[in-house]
Design a protein around this ligand. Structure first.
Ligand SMILES: *Cc1c(COP(=O)(O)O)cnc(C)c1O
Length: 367
């Protein structure tokens, strides 16, 4: 025993400003909920995962790769970057990979913002943005979503100051599912100064069906645009942590410098390569999700008419103060959704059976 019983509660070892950040609260475990309710299983529609398991060949590729687990991964992530470059028609030197695109979003802030600089985004949007701003010492500037729950790009352009270093445009937006249109994004990019990095976060790009929603990759001729993509959602690799970004070569090179070394693991690189070889199957699964998204949207609009049209694999229920009780009520019926207190509830699209269970729970909660 080395504990002498002396406690020094006032001793501060970490940054005081971090006290204000929310601690991560793990989502409800489906296994625990099922046990509590005495059900064979609970349904998790809370994390925007695709419900069909890893793509064919992925488990085999990972299994083979882990036999080399005593070696470091390829730090340059060469094969994966080249495969991405080929599939998306961009040069490999414009690509950087990271431990999920959320890590790359953080690295972008680290590479652009000094303390006191401003990081601008719409709100409500991806919960990681405020944390990324705060941990990098940047000041968050939040522009409220418009009445349709989407980005107000005109107001965002007007909120740029000479301290603004980076802007997140989340399209489709997590958690509201809305996406920006080409004409408004063109106008926005024309209005933003050339020395402000605009990061188009396209984690849900593969689920977009509206032809007016532009592909961020079509803006790469603008030097101040960076695009974030991930293999966590449509590609079914959330547990492996593979995200990637495309930017002009000097920006991508800067990110490859600040990235935590070897953060795209051997298994992640092998799994991602195998997944990319299954693009057709990925598209088939996305089409199933999109079909269900339309069905669920139509059904929930019967009792909640202002559910926005989603371009992602989830729908947003703007329930305001009823969000938390709605979430609890769904849980009591074995369906885990994602409430944002005082604002709304995000529901991931699952299999048809899972969605039916959700719709029954939602109807019971709102009727
Ligand atoms: C899920 C998500 C990401 C990325 O997730 P990773 O698993 O870290 O790649 C990025 N942006 C948004 C808006 C997301 O919803």
């Amino acid at each position: 025993m080395t504990d002498t019983g002396r406690h020094q509660p006032a001793l501060r070892l970490t940054r005081a400003d971090l006290d204000a950040l929310p601690s991560y609260v793990p989502g409800r475990s489906p296994a625990d909920l099922a046990r509590e309710l005495g059900l064979p299983e609970a349904i998790k529609l809370a994390s925007n995962e695709v419900p069909y398991g890893p793509l064919p060949g992925v488990v085999e590729a990972i299994t083979e790769a882990v036999s080399g687990a005593h070696r470091y991964p390829d730090m340059g992530v060469v094969a994966l970057r080249e495969a991405l470059a080929e599939r998306y028609g961009v040069d490999a030197d414009r690509i950087a990979t990271g431990c999920g695109s959320v890590a790359l979003a953080d690295h972008l802030a680290r590479a652009t913002c000094l303390p006191g600089d401003e990081l601008l985004y719409s709100w409500r949007s991806f919960e990681a943005y405020p944390i990324i701003a705060a941990t990098n010492g940047a000041t968050s500037v939040r522009v409220p979503n418009d009445a349709g729950h989407g980005h107000n790009l005109t107001a965002m352009a007007a909120a740029v100051t000479d301290r603004t270093r980076m802007i997140f445009v989340c399209s489709p937006n997590n958690p509201t599912g809305t996406a920006v249109r080409r004409a408004e994004l063109d106008r926005f990019l024309d209005a933003v100064p050339d020395d402000v990095l605009v990061v188009v976060d396209e984690a849900y790009r593969e689920f977009v069906t509206d032809p007016d929603v532009p592909d961020g990759l079509s803006y790469l001729d603008r030097p101040n645009v960076a695009v974030l993509r991930t293999l966590s959602k449509a590609w079914g690799l959330a547990g492996l942590r593979v995200g990637w970004l495309v930017a002009q070569p000097v920006v991508a090179a800067a990110i490859r410098k600040v990235v935590t070394p070897f953060s795209t693991s051997t298994a992640a690189q092998a799994g991602a390569l195998a997944a990319l070889a299954q693009a057709e199957e990925m598209e088939r699964r996305c089409a199933l999700v999109v079909g269900e998204r339309e069905r669920v949207t139509e059904a929930v609009r019967k009792f909640l008419p202002d559910v926005p049209t989603s371009q992602a694999n989830f729908v947003w229920l703007p329930l305001g103060e009823r969000a938390v009780t709605f979430g609890r009520s769904c849980e009591a019926r074995g369906v885990i959704v994602r409430p944002f207190p005082g604002d709304g509830v995000r529901v991931t699209i699952g299999t048809p059976t899972e969605n039916d269970a959700f719709l029954a729970a939602a109807e019971a909660a709102l009727a």
